[in-house]
Unconditional design. Sequence first.
Length: 153
Amino acid sequence: MMKDLKKSVICFVVATFILGLPQLLQAHCQIPCGIYDDAARVQSMREDAATVEKSIRLIMELAGKTDAQSQNQLVRWVMNKEVHAQKIITSISDYFLTQRVKPDQQGYVERLKKHHFVILAAMKAKQNADIKVAKSLIESIDDLAAYYPEHKK
């Protein structure tokens, strides 16, 4: 009985590590390496938000269809929406809030609020299939762009 429990715990730990590894590898390092492209991250979030919006449009189009292919595509678009909304949440929490928003910055509280609005909008996008929610997500990301202008090389 104890051997089975140990095996189960080991399997759980290994599975958790393997499933979590891609997320660990995706985040930019959290050491002061100085290699940042904030504007590119904002652009990436905009692309994710556009994908969320397209996913919602196609979910609405497929809603009510009962054939197997439509149901299959519906599920795929829901999953796609979830993945891209989560990418936005991860970018904000693992990149911007941990490395780019600093307590000593001017307008710190306002910055925090705007970043939090993006997380909330992405969470709502995961929970809903409403185009207004997708638009709100896009707008909340656009509100951050002023903090992260593209640098001229």
